[in-house]
Design a protein around this ligand. Structure first.
Ligand code: GLA
Length: 381
């Protein structure tokens, strides 16, 4: 930690000629289970990764300046009242300042230096980590009184309105509210959370993350289309959101829908919410291995009903299961990204080798993998 913190502080000094007032950090995440349920007012169970965005920052007299390891020249903006005035990676920073101001908070002018170890384009929420680090820094620098449970929605507005991606509230909630050694059970309607102990290492287990390295394609359009389809189904069923369809009422609900594709989308959301609840119940009683079949069922549902997987993630899940994983599933929005496999800790290399061999047979680009350790959410260092 020391070095990454020293590096970002050194970058800050180089660019702005003084020490930063502080350094803030916010992590990327993986989602253990509960995919596309967040914008349906449902349940999710993410945990934070050790990979994170660091923001060294100080108050300034006017405007905002931001430098980062994504870009050589610092971005500058003096006004954040107009949505979309800043683009590229700095839009995430300007968007957070805009969202704070738009919510009525006196956002402090600031200089920021950003570094990140969160892989970009892997579906582990590098953008939510950036938003959350900047948000936490600006809140502290401005002495703003914003309770932690109200913060993810501000970062989410930056993403939805300023950047223009119609995502739910899971990623920012994970980056801000997760705790080390825990998975975050979040009710996306009430925003209530329960920190669920998830000490896989103590059980001799590990969550292996395999990045499919598949090029993300059509992500935005397909994500938006799934969201629209769910909202249309809720309207037809006369409920505020698909969260309000109980698993026991699923068959009756499906009978009321004419469209076969929409029926599949609804079946994914309703069964996925139930799988989150079942996973939480197992974890509460310490039965970690037994969540494996729920993970695998979640993957089948994303592949067959929600249709958000690609060949690379399906092959990775299949290979991990063949190599002895208790369960495996894609994590994140879909169309590429990472899979999670729950495995015996000592099998990490063997499972990685099995996925790599399968990729070789299919002619896919080699995957990369790492063991995910449930880590702390956004914090001042
Ligand atoms: C992306 C979005 C989240 C969520 C997931 C799918 O990560 O940012 O809000 O919808 O996809 O679960």
């Amino acid at each position: 930690m020391g070095t990454a913190m020293d590096d970002v502080a050194a970058t800050f000094r180089e660019v702005y000629g003084a020490d930063p007032e502080g350094v803030w950090a916010a992590p990327g995440r993986v989602n253990l289970i509960g995919e596309h349920t967040d914008y349906n007012d449902g349940f999710v169970l993410p945990f934070a990764l050790p990979e994170r965005v660091l923001a060294a920052a100080s108050r300034a007299s006017a405007g905002w300046r931001v430098c980062s390891d994504f870009a050589t020249a610092p971005a500058e903006f003096s006004d954040v009242s107009e949505v979309g005035a800043v683009d590229g990676w700095a839009a995430y920073v300007a968007g957070v300042a805009w969202a704070l101001q738009d919510a009525g908070h006196p956002v402090p002018p600031a200089n920021l230096a950003i570094t990140s170890t969160v892989p970009v384009g892997a579906g582990v929420s590098s953008s939510a980590a950036l938003e959350s680090a900047v948000l936490t820094a600006l809140i502290d620098l401005g002495g703003l009184d914003i309770p932690v449970d109200a913060r993810p929605a501000i970062a989410q507005r930056a993403e939805n309105v300023y950047v223009g991606a119609p995502t739910g509230i899971m990623d920012q909630s994970a980056s801000i509210r997760c705790q080390a050694g825990k998975a975050l059970f979040l009710d996306c309607r009430t925003l209530e959370v329960e920190q669920i102990p998830f000490d896989v290492a103590a059980e001799g287990l590990a969550v292996l993350v395999v990045n499919s390295n598949a090029p993300h394609q059509h992500v935005d359009g397909e994500y938006g289309a799934r969201r629209k389809s769910c909202e249309a189904a809720a309207r037809i069923l006369g409920v505020p959101a698909l969260r309000d369809v109980a698993a026991d009422d699923l068959d009756a609900a499906l009978e009321r829908l004419d469209d076969e594709v929409m029926r599949r989308r609804v079946r994914h959301i309703v069964t996925e919410n139930q799988r989150v609840l079942d996973t939480v119940a197992l974890l509460r009683s310490g039965r970690i291995r037994e969540i494996g079949p729920l993970m695998t069922a979640s993957h089948a549902s994303m592949r067959d009903d929600f249709e958000i997987t690609v060949a690379e993630v399906d092959v990775a899940v299949e290979a991990a299961l063949m190599a002895g994983a208790y369960g495996a599933r894609m994590t994140g929005g879909g169309f590429g990204g990472c899979i999670l496999a729950l495995i015996d800790a000592e099998r990490a290399d063997a499972v990685t080798a099995a996925v790599t061999a399968a990729y070789h047979r299919h002619g896919f680009r080699a995957p990369t993998s790492f063991v995910a350790v449930p880590s702390q959410g956004a914090t001042r260092l």
